[in-house]
Design a protein around this ligand. Structure first.
Ligand code: ZN
Length: 171
């Protein structure tokens, strides 16, 4: 009798121990797995400044000022939230280098229909630009934020620069 009881108890405690051990292991695994998947995502988000700017059928951007931190990668998304075709209400986003005359650039752009209003020979004055989009379209570009300072951006579709322009500030 005594021996039987002893065996029973040891089996019981053994089962409990194993159960506990098993659970603990599973918890640990789950924890380290979560950590592994979360960390790289956070890092990517920290290094990239996600900017979304919209243009509409009323020839307006929804932002006149964009701020990013120096050293970041900029992911800029341009959304045309209107309905009009790009031939009549096309929008792009052009970020000019420091000291470039926005009006002079826009006037040159107006005659550059064949190249979607990005005048050839002006590449050296541009930090980055999107393609031209029409109503309902979205486009994205990625570029490195330039050195700290204030830059100008515009839509170079003919006549739009008067309304569609703003400051791009790198801090
Ligand atoms: Zn435009």
């Amino acid at each position: 009798m005594k021996t039987l009881k002893y065996v029973f108890v040891s089996i019981l405690s053994c089962t409990i121990l194993m159960g506990c051990g098993g659970k603990e292991e599973k918890k640990k695994e789950g924890f380290s797995y979560e950590k592994k998947t979360e960390e790289p995502q956070k890092k990517v988000e920290d290094d990239v400044a996600n900017i979304v700017i919209s243009g509409d059928d009323l020839m307006k951007f929804d932002k006149s000022e964009i701020k990013v931190k120096a050293g970041k990668k900029v992911k800029l998304t341009l959304r045309h939230v209107g309905k009009l075709d790009k031939n009549v209400m096309g929008h792009n986003f052009v970020l000019l280098k420091k000291g470039v005359d926005l009006t002079a650039f826009a006037i040159k752009s107006a005659t550059a229909k064949d190249t979607d209003y990005i005048p050839s020979g002006e590449e050296g004055n541009i930090i980055a630009h999107t393609k031209l989009v029409g109503g309902g379209e979205t486009t994205s570009i990625e570029f490195d934020a330039p050195e700290p300072g204030t830059y100008e951006f515009l839509c170079s579709f003919p006549g739009h620069y008067a309304m569609m322009k703003g400051k791009f500030i790198v801090e």
